[in-house]
Design a protein around this ligand. Structure first.
Ligand code: SAT
Ligand code: MN
Length: 584
């Protein structure tokens, strides 16, 4: 029989990397168990206490390989300008010359796993097939949790060549020989030198965001760094919200929130990525391309996210968390002080010398089906209809608790002007404010100027586009403490958002948008300190003036690729604030 496109590519990958053996993964439970057994023998995995945590294992990554490495992540478009100023760029030819040699013989003495996978619900017209080849058992087992992997993917592919190939090897794990490369024209991914999360599970950020965003631009849809949730009101009506926040800013917690308001309930559709399309009815519809969660462990507890705590009690892979003497996973924020004899994420007795026991970017990998708050519609082939889009960042100052944009165009400007304090999800300094449009700065696979234009264009195609909001759970008072309790109380903000969409919540117009009118935010049962709400909703003219200046600097990098609409909205805000001269 003639070789299929997939077989041809796998053979080429094998000729390049020279593995000792090739294993085509079928995605079955038996295969998963045997890969875990192999991982245990090779010390890739450690068994956790199976009485308390059945089916759970711990992986410790190399200490230099604990987060996404954005400075080693490249978009290899033909022209530098198509990658834009927010991406690292390398020409496809330079990538071939410089990176391809690193793959030569990289799998000698190792096994190559072939992982066919589907991003999106099986049978959905919006789903896409990828195939990752990897020499990491950790990646093979994690991909089985995070995607629909194996036989189902091969069935969906048939003999077609319509798949995204991803070549992955852990190489020698050296950061100086680590590269995560994306080829939007070839629709291919190469990753070498890292075994960690988003660098190595190629279906996630590499395919479902960086390549998919570029595909979406060509095909008229959006791939976004968004959670999707359904908010059910006391009458049983469900409205869907898609919300973009940078990594480690609470997307997972919001997606599975337990409501502080009686009668309201949140159901989870996804916690990290949304593919959004305009439906035949003119509304925006969202699917979650993933099948699992790769959530941040520190701070996750029965108080902050009981649904996730329930999900990870079985069949979960933990990475870089600490371990109690009885073999139970532990991290900062789970339940008070660490017990005596705690083993830290590096596998050493915890010194309590100020170092964290769990790595700040330690994670759990678990199937979505384990989570009690999943929406009955989370795998609907057509997705769910979105009523509101929410942008958010981690801002100690400037951004109020919530505001609504005036319209789609203004909302796109609000997303484009977003900024957030950096977190441990990527290597580099933590807590530095950086511009992060739509929380997509590390994930947009093409020039962000064109990306803003794409958003504007799609808005024009919807007779009644979703309303766009901005939230900030992280505003602090003069004493440096958070002003808003967050977590389950965030439902109060979601309720206001949906009531705005429905036209019955009152708002006050400010220069930046609509904020809740006094009494319109449901604060029943919440004891906010005096003055906290006013602080949370205040629009500080001076802070916004500085913000406008920083936005202007950021936007100027895009030159003529910045849509006029974004410049107009920026100018209009300056005029409303009475600072137009200062920023131009
Ligand atoms: O490592 S991932 O990129 O998958 C997690 C994140 O940073 O959002
Ligand atoms: Mn993410």
């Amino acid at each position: 029989m003639a070789e299929t496109a997939l077989e041809r590519w796998v053979n080429q990958a094998a000729a390049l990397t020279q593995p000792d053996r090739i294993v085509w993964c079928d995605g079955s439970e038996e295969e998963y168990q045997s890969l875990i057994e192999l991982g245990l023998r090779e010390h890739v995995y450690h068994r956790l206490n199976h009485t308390a945590y059945p089916g759970c294992y711990l992986h410790r990554s190399h200490p230099s390989d604990v987060a996404r490495t954005e400075h080693l992540t490249f978009i290899c478009s033909d022209r530098r300008d198509d990658a834009g100023p927010t991406n690292n760029w390398m020409s496809p030819r330079d990538a071939d010359e410089q990176i391809l040699p690193l793959f030569r013989g990289a799998m000698k003495g190792r096994t190559m796993y072939v992982l066919p996978y589907v991003m999106g619900p099986l049978g959905s017209p919006f789903s896409k097939v990828g195939v990752e080849v990897t020499d990491s058992v950790y990646v093979a087992t994690s991909m089985r949790i995070m995607t629909r992997m194996g036989r189902a993917a091969l069935e969906q592919l048939g003999g077609s060549d319509d798949f995204v190939p991803g070549l992955h090897s852990i190489g020698d794990l050296s950061p100086s020989r680590r590269f995560i490369m994306h080829f939007p024209q070839r629709r291919a991914i190469w990753s070498i030198g890292s075994g960690y999360g988003g660098n190595a599970l190629l279906g996630k950020k590499c395919f479902s965001l960086r390549l998919a965003s570029a595909m979406g631009r060509e095909q008229g849809w959006l791939a976004e760094h968004m959670l999707v949730l359904g908010l059910e009101d006391p009458q049983g009506n469900v409205s869907y919200i898609a919300a973009a926040f940078p990594s480690a800013c609470g997307k997972t917690n919001l997606a599975m929130l337990v409501s502080a308001l009686p009668g309201y309930r949140v159901r989870t559709v996804g916690d990290d990525i949304a593919w959004l399309r305009i439906g035949a009815d003119g509304r925006l519809w969202a699917v979650n391309p993933e099948a699992g969660f790769f959530g941040v462990a520190p701070g996750t507890s029965d108080q902050t996210n009981p649904n996730m705590m329930a999900a990870i009690r079985r069949d979960t892979l933990f990475t870089n968390v600490a371990l109690t003497p009885s073999g139970v996973p532990w991290w900062e924020g789970i339940n008070g002080a660490g017990p005596a004899g705690l083993i830290d994420w590096r596998g050493q007795l915890w010194g309590r010398n100020g170092d964290k026991a769990a790595h700040p970017n330690s994670r759990f990998t678990v199937r979505a089906a384990n989570c009690p708050s999943m929406s009955p519609h989370w795998e609907d082939p057509q997705g769910v209809p979105i009523s509101a889009i929410v942008f958010g960042g981690r801002r100690a100052r400037v951004a109020p608790l919530v505001f609504q944009s005036f319209d789609w165009q203004h909302g796109v400007y609000v997303g484009a002007g977003m900024a957030s304090e950096t977190t441990a999800a990527a290597t580099g300094a933590v807590g530095v404010t950086r511009r992060d449009p739509m929380a997509m700065r590390p994930f947009c696979g093409y020039n962000m100027g064109n990306y803003f234009a794409h958003w504007l264009r799609l808005g024009g195609l919807m007779p009644c586009p979703p309303a766009i909001f901005h939230v900030n759970w992280f505003r602090t008072g003069a004493d440096g403490r958070f002003l808003w309790p967050g977590f389950g109380d965030n439902v109060r903000v979601l309720k206001w958002i949906i009531e705005r969409v429905q036209g019955h919540a009152a708002a006050v117009e400010t220069p930046i948008g609509y904020v809740p009118a006094p009494g319109s935010l449901d604060l029943a049962g919440l004891d906010l300190p005096a003055g906290a709400l006013a602080d949370l909703l205040s629009v500080d003219r001076e802070a916004w003036e500085a913000e406008l200046t920083e936005q202007a600097q950021f936007f100027s990098q895009f030159g003529r690729r910045l849509p006029d609409e974004v410049s107009h909205e920026h100018q209009a805000l300056a005029e409303r604030l009475g600072v137009a001269e200062a920023i131009s």
